[in-house]
Design a protein around this ligand. Structure first.
Ligand code: NDP
Ligand code: ZN
Length: 350
């Protein structure tokens, strides 16, 4: 079979591989719709981990082709959402509530890391009963793909920020992940949401998801622009979904005592995050800094897909570019790398 992936650092291309073999709890699946992720771009062109001959792709709607003898809830022909994170559920980290790190730091993230993924004609999903979720009726393939990664990641940013009714939140970075952080903050009841980005399309769509104030970081000091709008008051929470390590310095200056800074950005470059001791309340400000990989799992996917099925969340405005056919995967990935001004997210219907 063929797949599109990373030949080595800074080099992508088509790969020829055998169809994966599955064990008793796994499923063999084929992609029906996929989307490239900014994380794939970091992994190939910005990371220093020398991965080789790895088929990329972790956002997909799949069709089940074959299941192992112990798989109970899925059968060939089922259309399923693939969560970007597909851990081993029996490991101690999963039992401790951090399935994202099942087997070690970030090891729940298997695709685009060490397991061939959704840009292959076929691929393996381990522990299928725990890692797949049926695509609800009435949810399209292209919308369904957004549930793999964009919705759970943005919502994880909002969940970790523990947003509650009436709060003021700053979301730094409003690509597809940041836009879903805006939507998550809005669903959790935030009153005022600052959306920080420069692409006009992202700014426009952020309004649909509940942003009340648009901040363009290219127009100067982000902290100053937000503090001007709040008459100097701090915000309750900051979600970081883009930008450089400097975003953490802004966040520390923006957040209130006992506020939360919640990062979901993949920090692919730079060394240290600087925390100003005064901004951090001389170490006594009760300001929490957290960062997380999105949660996977069947239950999470089913619940998030319910939001689409019952029209509580419309992810379609995220999709700005559409491709038809497996051979178009490289075009979609390169689009994600080049980030033209009119792009939010591309989808390839296989
Ligand atoms: P995008 O590149 O589409 O969006 C990034 C956003 O950050 C844009 O709004 C961009 O603005 C903004 N930005 C860029 N530079 C700056 C800057 N200097 N200051 C402030 N804002 C800036 O990325 P995605 O939304 O696709 O992904 C966001 C991040 O989430 C990526 O790092 C990705 O790898 C990561 N990710 C993390 C996951 C997790 O589980 N934690 C899962 C999936 C993705 P502009 O409008 O100018 O483009
Ligand atoms: Zn991703």
């Amino acid at each position: 079979m063929k797949g599109f992936g990373m030949i080595e650092l800074n080099k992508v291309g088509w790969l020829e591989k055998p169809v994966p073999t599955i064990t008793a709890m796994d499923a063999l699946v084929k992609p029906l719709a996929v989307s490239p992720c900014t994380s794939d771009v970091h992994t190939v062109w910005e990371s220093s981990v020398p991965r080789k001959n790895l088929i990329l792709g972790h956002e997909a709607i799949v069709e089940v082709v074959e299941v192992g003898a112990l798989v109970k809830d899925f059968k060939p022909g089922d259309k399923c959402i693939l969560p970007a994170i597909t851990p081993y559920w029996e490991k101690v980290e999963s039992q401790m509530g951090y399935h994202q790190h099942s087997g070690g730091m970030l090891m729940g993230c298997q695709y685009s890391n060490f397991r061939d993924g959704a840009f292959g004609e076929f691929f393996q999903v381990i522990q299928a009963d725990g890692n797949l979720a049926l695509l609800p009726e009435g949810v399209s393939l292209e919308d369904g793909v957004m549930v793999s990664d964009m919705v759970p990641t943005g919502f994880h940013g909002a969940d970790n920020a523990e947003i509650s009714y009436g709060e003021t939140v700053a979301v730094i970075g409003i690509g597809p992940v940041g836009l879903m952080a805006v939507a998550g903050a809005n669903l959790r009841g935030a009153a005022r949401i600052f959306a920080v980005g420069s692409r006009e399309i992202c700014q426009k769509v952020s309004k649909l998801y509940g942003a009340t104030d648009l901040i363009n970081y290219k127009n100067g000091d982000v902290v100053g622009q937000i503090k001007d709008a709040t008459h100097g008051k701090p915000v309750d929470k900051v979600i970081i979904a883009g930008g450089t390590l400097e975003a953490f310095e802004w966040a520390m200056k923006l957040v209130r005592p006992a506020g939360i800074i919640s990062n979901v950005n993949y920090l692919a470059t730079g060394e240290y995050i600087k925390i100003n001791r005064v901004d951090w309340g001389l170490g006594m400000g009760h300001i929490k800094l957290t960062g997380g990989l999105m949660p996977g799992g069947r239950k999470n996917m089913e619940y998030l897909a319910n939001l689409l099925a019952y029209k509580k969340l419309d992810v379609n405005p995220l999709i700005t570019h559409r491709f038809q056919g497996f051979d178009k995967i490289p075009d979609a990935l390169m689009l994600m790398k080049d980030k033209p001004r009119d792009l939010i997210k591309p989808v390839v219907i296989i």
